[in-house]
Design a protein around this ligand. Structure first.
Ligand code: DCM
Length: 132
């Protein structure tokens, strides 16, 4: 029996925009855009993992807000969960795993080539942003 392992992605909001991050690795994912995040470590909650990953990858502090309904399959045994999060402090910089970052208004989220798994959560995040 295999237990699923959670990768948590952050739909990071700041001043009405959503953060998109372009992956620099591995080669098969490089150039595609994602909601930044990563794997939960043993004993960690999704909120804790998201705060840690975004500190490591982007150099910022975020406050996780709420989980977006749904769970999306990645390479087994991983599944993607997405949480909205608010930027608390710092300027995002691509410190690890990414080579470009972009802040997108909700009408423009389709302008980047999102990884397939992220698309439903990106659409939900854009609806939340549009609703204010
Ligand atoms: N992944 C994804 N969308 C995200 C985060 C991760 O599709 N928002 C995928 C890419 C990798 C796997 O999850 O196949 C593990 O990610 P990482 O290499 O960042 O740990």
């Amino acid at each position: 029996m295999t237990t699923v392992r959670v990768v948590v992605g952050g739909a990071v909001f700041d001043r009405g925009r959503l953060l998109a991050a372009r992956r620099s690795a591995p080669p098969e994912l490089a150039g595609r855009w994602e909601l930044p995040g990563g794997k939960l470590e043993p004993g960690e909650s999704a909120r804790q993992a998201l705060v840690r990953e975004l500190r490591e990858e982007l150099g910022v502090e975020v406050e996780p807000l709420a989980r977006i309904d749904g769970e999306w399959p990645l390479k087994p045994p991983y599944v993607l969960h997405v949480w909205t999060a608010r930027l608390l402090a710092g300027e995002v910089r691509p410190l690890q795993d990414h080579d470009e970052l972009r802040w997108l208004t909700p009408d423009r989220v389709d302008e980047v080539d999102w990884l397939e798994a992220d698309r439903p959560a990106v659409a939900a995040a854009a609806r939340l942003l549009s609703a204010g």
